[in-house]
Design a protein around this ligand. Structure first.
Ligand code: NAD
Length: 356
């Protein structure tokens, strides 16, 4: 049986613990805050999934620091992701570490040591951009192969979502300044917290062989409010090294949310949407010759993570499998985040730095 340790008994820690238990895996959740462990057992898990699961072990991090696990999941605030991953690989390297998005705050200096240790220990590092592995994304990938949309001319993506929903899922937080969410420098704000849009843009550009984002011209709406300092709107114009030009928009003010991507082609277009309502994702391919494919994919909130967890199960069984979650993809998203901050503050187009 696969043995999993999850750092962070918060919102994502509960989702992923439930997902791993659905696979029949042995789950330990650890958290530095004993209140968070109690809240998981008494409130979050039973409220979301009907009852507490007695098979889940709750622990302080030190008590399980040197125990061997197949998979370690890091579901803590972004500024702790890399330090926890490094410490884990130094003590007792698991086969796979899944690091929640965003990989880190917008300072990529610690990534060098992370990569060095992953090479040394042969630990597979993944970043949890779960939209890459949902049913509707896979359907979109298949339809782009056939019937396709011709030559891709542009790509647009957005994750615009008022963060009232996030705070509703964290009633113990008083507001943005109470967590990393209210600080761009800690990996919060629209750019990093909603970096799903940058990441899915990169995923579809990659699928279509359209290269990596090399230039960014961004405008951020940065606010300082009630002790918090964050970007609430991030608008990016981007160009890849193969010349594809597109746009990416993320914000924490739009309600209801819009999580959308559209790929325009010479023979039609593809539209991809997360949560058109509480129970469906959508994918639609419209060809100019009249052919239309459309599917509303029924889902529950646990389904948002099911593809990701099943995929990790496959990777644990077959370590040579390719993965859309590999570190390089999550790191490339952070490179665009860093470039966007730089571009907006300097008021000009910047090149994406891949020297690190
Ligand atoms: N992929 C998704 O759809 C998705 C959804 C929600 C959150 N997330 C990401 O997951 C991460 C956590 O978000 P959240 O909403 O679950 O946060 P949260 O505040 O609900 O929970 C984080 C928990 O981590 C604990 N923690 C902090 N440092 C720790 C450490 N060193 N060791 C052990 N525990 C520690 C805190 O005490 C807290 O209980 C963020 O990076 C967020 O962006 C991703």
């Amino acid at each position: 049986m696969k043995k999993v340790k999850i750092f962070g008994a918060g919102s994502i820690g509960n989702h992923l613990a439930h997902g791993c238990r659905q696979q029949g895996w042995q789950v330990t959740i650890c958290d530095i805050d004993p209140d968070a462990l109690a809240r998981t057992r008494d409130d979050i898990y039973p409220a979301r999934y009907g009852a507490w699961d007695e098979a889940i072990r709750l622990s302080a991090p030190e008590a399980v620091a040197d125990e061997a696990f197949d998979l370690v999941i890091i579901g803590t605030p972004p500024d702790s992701h890399i330090p926890i991953a490094i410490d884990q690989m130094q003590r007792c390297p698991p086969r796979v570490i899944l690091i929640e998005k965003p990989l880190c705050p917008p300072d990529l200096a610690p990534c060098a040591e992370l990569i060095r240790l992953a090479d040394e220990t042969s630990t597979r590092l993944l970043v949890a951009y779960n939209h890459r592995l949902t049913t509707h994304t896979r359907l979109a990938e298949a339809w782009l192969q056939s019937p396709g949309i011709g030559q891709v001319t542009t790509l647009r993506a957005m994750t615009r979502e008022h963060w009232g929903g996030i705070f509703a899922a964290h009633p113990w937080l008083a507001g943005p300044s109470d967590s990393y969410l209210g600080f761009t420098a800690k990996g919060g704000g629209a750019l990093a917290e909603h970096s799903h849009a940058i990441n899915i843009w990169q995923h579809f550009a990659d699928l279509a062989g359209l290269g990596r984002i090399s230039q960014v011209q961004a405008m951020l709406d940065e606010v300082e409010q009630d002790g918090a300092a964050y970007d609430r709107i991030a608008q990016l114009s981007v160009r890849t090294d193969r010349g594809l030009v597109g746009t990416i928009v993320q914000d924490v003010v739009t309600q209801p949310a819009q999580k959308w991507l559209r790929m325009e082609g010479t023979e039609g277009y593809l539209e991809w949407q997360v949560s058109i309502d509480a129970q469906h994702d959508l994918v639609r391919l419209v060809r100019h010759d009249g052919e239309t494919l459309e599917e509303k994919v029924k889902k529950t909130r646990p389904d948002d993570f099911r593809g990701e967890i099943e995929h990790i199960g496959d990777l644990l069984d077959k370590p040579d499998l390719a993965s859309p979650l590999d570190l390089e993809a999550g790191l490339d998203t952070m490179r665009v985040v860093v470039a966007a901050i730089d571009s907006s503050r300097k008021g000009r187009l910047v090149e994406v730095d891949r020297s690190s």
